[in-house]
Write a protein of this length. Sequence first.
Length: 574
Amino acid sequence: MIGSTASERQSIPKAPTGIHGLDDITGGGLPRGRPTLVCGSAGCGKTLMAMEFLVRGATEFGEPGVFFAFEETPDDLTANVRSLGFDLEDLAARDRLVVEHIHIDRSEIEEAGEFDLEGLFIRLGLAIDMVGAKRVVLDTLETLFGGFDNEAILRSELRRLFRWLKDRGVTAVITAERGDGTLTRQGLEEYVSDCVIQLDHRMLDQVSTRRLRIVKYRGTHHGTNEYPFLIDSDGFSVLPLSSLKLDHVASTERVSTGIERLDAMLAGGVYRGTSVLLSGTAGTGKSSIAAHMAAACCARGERCLYYSFEESPQQVLRNMRSIGLDLAPWFANGMLHFVSTRPTFHGLEMHLATMFKHIREFDPHLVVIDPISNFIVVGTPGETHAMLLRLVDFLKSRQITAVFLSLISGGKALLEATEQNISSLIDTWILLRDVELGGERNRGLHVLKSRGTPHSNQVREFLLTSHGVELRDVYIGPEGVLTGSMRLAQEAKEREAAEARRQAIARKRREIDRKRQTLDAQIAALRAEAESQELELELLLSAEEAVDRRLTDDRLGMALSRRADAHTEQEETA
């Protein structure tokens, strides 16, 4: 229907493979009821992939299968795939799988003359009916058509084979060797197949890499890039490219770095499920801070997966004990798991596939990669960037906090290169650097960025002590930020100056106290003198009053002696 949405449009029916990642890039699996061609050079994994398609179908999706081999015997196939954990004998005993070997020799074909594939169809039909097969594998096509000299007959029988498989309604996988300049030896199979998958096993700088590409897929959308894949004890696993939707969940929960003052610089820690980059020159303390974060993760009851590409687990445990971090209990109880290997042991794609497998199995809450700079030895900066992009995307999709350590050699140019190639993928970037003052090398820490966080802009000196990483207060002297012995010397000078100021203040206080005492004494003397004068004045007043009373008494006496009117005289006197 014109104008219909993507959700309304229906693609062809698909048969899930059960192979990690392959169903993602095929949009659900291989075309159901149609043939799929798997081609590639020798040793790229065609037979193993086809066999896993059958085994997964029989064990996980209830679809029995038939495997027709033209080169290997059933015993050889059973032994080969046992390393992947597949028990073909058990599946055969339960009528879930039929494995047959058809011997074809070119000399025998030439003696018989022209022939067709009718005998193959009969045997294949009987095998399908025996177990009710829904899936069929033919391995490999070159052996089957090796005796055809007539190209017209070859084309006719090839089309007839693919049509017969379609008519039976089985989902078929046909393997084929890669030709010279063509996908297959015959150069015809890819045209009559509904789906073509190419496997590639290449060597780059003596490092092996495996890649898968879907060349075509009729009737549906599919991934068109090259995808790395891994073959290990669990079978196939394909790594899809990072999600293009960028629809990861953004958690608001913060997790501690294990360093209280660093948490304060980050407004409480880092967001769960984000990526953290610790970059710096050698010896600046990157691994020590990462170990603090790992210890804090385990202390919260969460699992930590620690990739160490330079040190063994025991070496890491020993080194961290020197700064008071005992990771051994977490390592012993399984909360902390180490993966230690050399970067050059695998190619980038193999490393990535292996990491995906470890993360799925261990299901950690924190992943530490120490360091990512070693991957540049395996691939170019561009390839390393692409690998880290896939890894960051995968970790974010699972809400796993990631800590990446990056070794830089110093210098502005290298720092900018790190920023261009790595930092765009990172949510929080902490730069550790050397601070050289007074012929001394000290450590400084600076939060260059932290998305969604009002972080500190200070350069903090930090020490590796017997009780862990210790961040010190910012100390600014006359010539700027001071660290190490210059800070100690400046602090001593300032302590001496402060002591001198305290002594001067004490002297001034004593002088003021002496003056106050002198003034108090003078005031006391004046008060005593005033009191004395006041007393003397009161005495004089008392004497004067006594004199007045005597004069009054004398006048009264004289009046009485004269026998005058005492009352009148008293009033006059008054």
